[in-house]
Design a binder for this molecule. Structure first.
Ligand code: FAD
Length: 496
């Protein structure tokens, strides 16, 4: 039988990425591994990253997490999508929800029926046919009672790290406090042998997971994996983040509000609101950003705003030698569609599936890296789409975004939709047709033609089917409780 060559796993960094990796490995492969995590309280974490997508629920299930306990511990709220405001034109608003729009069949998506109805002069808004979108608009939510919604969470990043830490330590992960000063490599292979802490301690391992954030201490500073810069497509490079006290009930969606040189987020939690301003410093100074953010806050400020710098792009190799980068160490697309925590989850899941028990091989590394690129490039295109489709002409930033060159893969998708209303989800792609649709139509990309399957039924039948669908959704939404009321009950706040 093959010997287990790789047993000692060392996670460098204890932000969201480090603790997610440690918790998942310990929970799923714990008996086969010896896991340690090194982190430095003095350096701290990036402290943002509080909006997730529905795959966060899959990850919680993998870890065997009890949802109400998790929500109480992280002060989480439910999320049904993102409200995009002022993106197409100033004054526009659309919701990209996690729901499916209408009922599709093998020949095509529901929206072709809807476009047919619109051409014939009837049918409501596309969102009338999406349960999650209507529930978000009505500020309603429930889970485990009544019709099922597809949802994710807003959570406090620091509390989430603490929650996962407690869980990981309970599962046997050894936490080591200290600053990594040096990374020791094997002189011939270049493989990492140990992390040398500033106090002189050595932490040896067979496999290293780099979760040291933007600095990429192992993957970049040591192994020089290289970085593919995407800032010509995704030009924001700075964020100012600040927390405020809640001024009212939490809504079940993130707000992403465009401004003249980027956008601003608003993430409602149980105990506070996360606010941030994303901008490109070629078009907006830090002082202007501060003024814009502070001017838009509507609750008492709990901390001083902090500037975070980044460069959009991806590490050329997320797995190099015996080191796998997760989280910000592996690259950063941009926070717009809240995909970063998802990518950590996918990265650690893929690692567990391909775990190199018998030793790291070129074939395994190539497979891991290829899957990572395939998924990431499609997410990148989806995010560029939001910028490219703007019709805003009120600032040099939006002029640049509107007129920029985009990847061919995205240009083809836009042309396909414009010419024929066809949208698709490629194999292995995160975002479904419904997501592409909601954003493309939400940002005014009007198709000039659509599939004619809607004409195979008499107009009266089409009209009745659409009315039935939207009526059923409206009734289902009407039966749901208010989000904050449900949340209080679910987390035991109301009973306390
Ligand atoms: P960090 O939080 O930076 O953690 C790095 C860790 O490494 C820390 O523990 C640090 O102490 C340790 N470390 C570093 N150097 C050393 C050293 N020398 N010795 C010892 N320890 C060291 N993601 C989402 O999914 N949704 C969002 O809404 C979202 N919004 C974002 C908004 C902004 C502005 C940004 C910048 C990111 C956002 N993200 C979001 C991404 C998300 O924040 C990150 O993916 C997530 O927090 C993981 O970060 P990390 O653990 O990789 O890095």
């Amino acid at each position: 039988m093959q010997d287990q060559v790789v047993k000692k796993v060392v996670v460098a960094g204890g932000g969201t990425a480090g603790w997610m990796a440690a918790a998942a490995l310990a929970r799923q492969l714990g008996p086969l591994l010896d896991i340690s995590l090194v982190e430095s309280d003095e350096i701290g974490t990036v402290g943002v990253g509080e909006s997730t997508i529905p795959t966060a629920r899959t990850f919680n299930a993998l870890l065997g997490i009890d949802e109400p306990a998790f929500m109480r511990a992280t002060q989480a709220t439910f999320k049904l999508g993102i409200s995009f405001e002022d993106w197409g034109q100033v004054g526009d608003r659309y919701i990209h929800s996690f729901g499916q729009v209408g009922k599709s069949n093998w020949m095509g998506s529901f929206h072709h029926f809807w476009l047919q109805a619109r051409a014939a002069g009837f049918g409501g808004e596309l969102g009338d046919y999406c349960f999650e979108l209507q529930a978000a608009l009505a500020d309603r939510f429930s889970v485990g009672e009544g019709p099922e919604l597809n949802y994710a969470y807003h959570l406090d990043a620091t509390l989430y790290g603490g929650f996962l830490r407690q869980m990981s330590e309970g599962l046997g992960v050894r936490r080591i406090e200290g600053k990594i000063g040096q990374v020791e490599q094997h002189p011939e292979t270049g493989f990492i042998r140990a992390l040398v802490l500033e106090n002189g301690d050595r932490v040896e391992g067979d496999l290293f997971i780099d979760c040291t954030g933007f600095r990429g201490l192992l993957i970049e500073q040591t192994l020089k994996a290289g970085y593919e810069d995407w800032s010509h497509w995704l030009p924001t490079n700075s964020a100012l983040a600040v927390q405020t006290r809640s001024t009212g009930p939490a809504v079940p969606y993130t707000r992403a509000i465009a401004h003249q040189a980027g956008w601003r987020w608003k993430i409602p939690l149980q105990h506070r609101v996360g606010n941030g301003l994303v901008y490109c410093d070629d078009y907006m100074s830090d002082d202007q950003a501060r003024e814009t953010l502070l001017g838009a806050l509507d609750g008492e400020r709990l901390i001083e705003p902090r500037v975070i710098r980044y460069r959009t792009g991806r590490r050329r190799k997320t797995w190099s030698k015996n080191c796998i980068a997760l989280g910000l160490a592996s690259g950063f697309v941009e926070p717009l569609e809240s995909t970063s925590i998802h990518l950590i989850m996918i990265g650690v899941t893929r690692l567990m599936q391909l775990f190199p028990f018998g030793g790291v091989s070129d074939a395994v590394v190539a497979r891991y890296n290829q899957q990572a690129v395939d998924e990431l490039e499609k997410i990148r295109d989806f995010i560029i789409l939001h910028y490219k489709l703007t019709e805003r002409t009120d600032s040099p930033f939006w002029d640049r975004c509107r007129t920029m060159d985009i990847p061919d893969s995205l240009a083809q998708r836009i042309a396909l939709f414009h010419e024929s209303a066809q949208a698709f989800q490629a194999p292995g792609e995160l975002f479904q047709v419904d997501s592409w649709l909601q954003v493309m139509l939400g940002q005014r990309l009007e198709p000039v033609a659509h599939h004619q399957m809607g004409r195979l039924m008499p107009p009266e039948q089409l009209r009745a089917a659409l009315a039935d669908l939207s009526g059923n959704i409206a009734r289902a939404v009407g039966s749901l409780p208010n989000h904050q009321a449900f949340l209080d009950r679910y987390c035991g706040v109301a009973a306390a």
